[in-house]
Design a protein around this ligand. Structure first.
Ligand code: C5P
Length: 398
């Protein structure tokens, strides 16, 4: 899958830099060429000699290396690869990237590149959790930088928590997801996922039990088949799929806006559990007990049906619009009627009665409703449902 590809690998100065040697080896085993770049502090952890021996290429280190500028300028270097990987990506490198600094070769390449950038953060748990790092991460996500990890576990410094660089095989999977030559290459697919939360006042909201697991798995499967995926997600604790553009939202109205902004798309999969109702007039102050013993009267208003709005579009309607139907009985009939009512092409229906354990669980048992009728799939892992659905989408768009 990586045969003939080239990665520009920026190695930052962290203890995890030793893992980048294995990363180089594994990338090359898969036929992927690696152009290594070392930051000054990375040289404290790995030697240029070992990096260049493993990569079988010259190591780039200095922005002002004149010979190098005459051979290949930094602009050219930044664009010579299919993907830029930063591993380990230190807190300092993240901050420089988020702030747009260009004061050494690595940061200059990151500013100058026109290729996708994947970071594998690695740092002490406190540094990872620091508001500045989290702020930088969110800025980088908005800038379409992709991230893999960090993992949770015991760290070299003896502390425990998130901050360990992802293992090389996981970084390779992320690289493969971005560089995949799959059947959905060149296609843009929109996926909505997770719950929406509808505010009542500044501290209270109405939510639902959707975990976002199925939507995230679908986005991941589509990306692995080469699609460019825009993943519009309500609040979810499931890790963001790798290689997708994540657009975090909270309410249904925000989700609609993000979906509109993401179009046009070749296909759209609406896996989100969108609240049907929102509070008509959200209070700007926390609602207080008034002492009467009577609860406040909360008036609701209907949310827009995002799936139906997109499926009924005259312009920019994706060629394939897929909706979900979570039912608690008479699934096929309800879902078939829903397909008509919402004007979508397919409905992925399932029974979410509590005894099925599907809502919030790892498995799903779906019925795919298309023009050809209802097709029952066996109970399987949500990731397997996702792969099967993504494969069907790829066949249909082919
Ligand atoms: O009507 P119901 O909520 O059962 O429909 C479920 C399908 O419609 C799902 O695909 C869901 O993502 C989508 N939906 C939507 N906007 C809404 C309600 C549902 O996109 N307001």
């Amino acid at each position: 899958m990586l045969e003939g590809k080239r990665v520009l690998l920026i190695i930052g100065g962290g203890i995890a830099a030793f893992k980048s040697l294995e990363l180089i080896r594994r990338l090359r085993e898969r036929g992927c060429a690696v152009t290594p770049v070392l930051t000054a502090s990375a040289e404290e952890f790995v030697t240029p000699l070992s990096v260049s021996a493993l990569a079988a290429e010259k190591v780039h280190r200095d922005l002002f290396d004149l010979t190098e500028e005459s051979e290949m300028g930094h602009i050219e270097l930044s664009r010579s690869a299919d993907l830029v990987v930063v591993a380990p990506c230190t807190a300092n490198l993240m901050a420089k990237m988020a702030g747009g600094h260009a004061d050494d070769l690595a940061s200059t390449l990151l500013m100058a590149t026109d290729k996708p950038v994947l970071i594998a953060p690695a740092m002490n748990v406190r540094m990872w959790q620091h508001p500045a790092t989290q702020r930088n991460l969110s800025t980088l996500r908005q800038d379409s930088v992709l991230a893999v990890g960090p993992d949770e576990g015991e760290m070299a410094c003896g502390e425990f928590g998130p901050g360990r660089m992802s293992e090389p095989p996981d970084i390779i999977s992320a690289v493969a997801a971005v560089l995949s030559d799959g059947p959905l290459n060149g296609r843009h697919i929109l996926v909505t996922s997770g719950p929406t939360i509808e505010p009542i006042d500044p501290v209270r909201y109405i939510a639902n039990r959707s975990s976002g697991a199925q939507g995230a798995a679908i986005a991941q499967a589509l990306a692995s088949l080469g699609a460019r995926v825009t993943f519009v997600t309500g609040p979810s604790s499931i890790p963001t799929p790798i290689g997708v553009k994540a657009v975090p939202v909270e309410s249904a109205m925000q989700m609609l806006e993000a979906v509109e902004a993401a179009l046009p798309a070749d296909a759209a999969v609406f896996a989100a559990a969108v609240a049907d109702w929102r509070v008509a007039r959200k209070s700007t102050q926390k609602i207080k007990k008034d002492g009467s013993g009577k609860p406040p009267a909360i008036e609701f208003t209907e949310n827009p049906d995002i799936l139906s709005a997109v499926a009924r579009k005259r312009e920019d309607r994706p060629a394939l619009v897929v909706g979900f139907a979570a039912e608690t009985g008479d699934v096929v009939n309800h879902a078939t009627a829903k397909r008509e009512r919402k004007a979508c092409d397919w409905i992925v229906a399932n029974d979410v009665s509590p005894e099925t354990g599907i809502m919030g669980g790892a498995e799903n048992e779906v019925i795919l409703i298309t023009d050809d009728g209802a097709e029952k799939w066996p109970r399987m892992d949500k990731t397997q449902v996702a792969v099967r659905l993504a494969t069907r989408i790829a066949e249909t768009l082919a």
